[in-house]
Design a protein around this ligand. Structure first.
Ligand SMILES: Nc1ncnc2c1ncn2[C@@H]1O[C@H](COP(=O)(O)OP(=O)(O)O)[C@@H](O)[C@H]1O
Ligand SMILES: [Mg+2]
Length: 223
């Protein structure tokens, strides 16, 4: 059964594309047939894929769908892939709505500052509006992104996140140079430093997401 995972947050620079390519690669390495859909007109995931062609490694294929037709575009691809990762667009608008409608699960990377969290309110409202008419689907959760290593999530940030009343994953990514390197070189942290701390973060994220995705497979969250 195909699972469509949308990585959404209309704020730019929160790490959507970084999380998307690393998750897609991790799932590919785990033996899944993975497609990465670049829904951002800026095309960062497509740029990453192009750069990856010089790596000599077979990375997950990236296709661009940057018109708000994601549900119709993704539907015929179900079956050909096990996991379809949608790299979300900047700006809250029809592209984000389209990604929410196409998704079986929504992962929201969020930087741990109160300002960033308040900025996510509209997205959360959109998701909850969708869930209200589709029997609670798709489930959605925050993943803290680009946390400064060695710091704890500030109390005010944690409270602000909790106020948005969506689950917050335990796994997170921290601010590490290797994440930026993988974007510019068309690689992933799993390829650049397979035993490094960033790869451990991505693997932990995968492991935590497995529980969520298993629930979708058993029919409790299917679209
Ligand atoms: N965990 C991280 N550590 C360091 N740099 C990061 C991290 N996540 C993202 N970046 C960098 O921040 C910038 C924005 O990330 P990106 O994934 O493109 O965000 P978005 O897709 O949300 O706009 C990129 O230059 C990327 O390399
Ligand atoms: Mg991006």
């Amino acid at each position: 059964m195909t699972q469509v995972i949308a990585i959404a947050n209309p704020k730019g620079g929160v790490g959507k594309t970084t999380v998307a390519v690393n998750l897609a690669r991790a799932w590919q390495q785990a033996g899944h047939r993975v497609l990465l859909v670049d829904s951002d007109p800026q095309g960062s995931a497509r740029d990453w894929y192009q750069a990856s062609q010089n790596q000599g490694r077979e990375m997950p294929v990236v296709v661009g769908v940057d018109r708000p037709v994601l549900p119709a575009s993704v539907q015929p691809l179900r079956g050909a892939f096990d996991r379809i990762v949608i790299d979300g667009a900047a700006k809250l608008q029809e592209m984000t709505v389209s990604a929410i409608k196409a998704a079986d699960f929504i992962l929201i990377p969020i930087q741990p500052s109160a300002l960033d969290i308040w900025a996510a309110e509209d997205l959360v409202e959109l998701i909850k509006a969708r869930q209200a008419v589709t029997d609670g689907k798709p489930p959605a959760a925050f993943v803290v992104s680009r946390q400064i290593t060695g710091t704890r999530l500030a109390l005010d940030a944690h409270r602000a996140l909790e106020a948005l009343a969506l689950p917050i994953l335990t796994a997170r990514t921290t601010q590490r140079v290797v994440y930026a390197e993988c974007m510019s070189t068309g690689s992933t942290v799993l390829d650049l430093e397979a035993d490094g701390p960033a790869a451990a973060e991505i693997n932990a994220l995968c492991q935590e997401l497995e529980t969520w995705l298993a629930r979708i497979s058993t029919g409790t969250g299917d679209a």
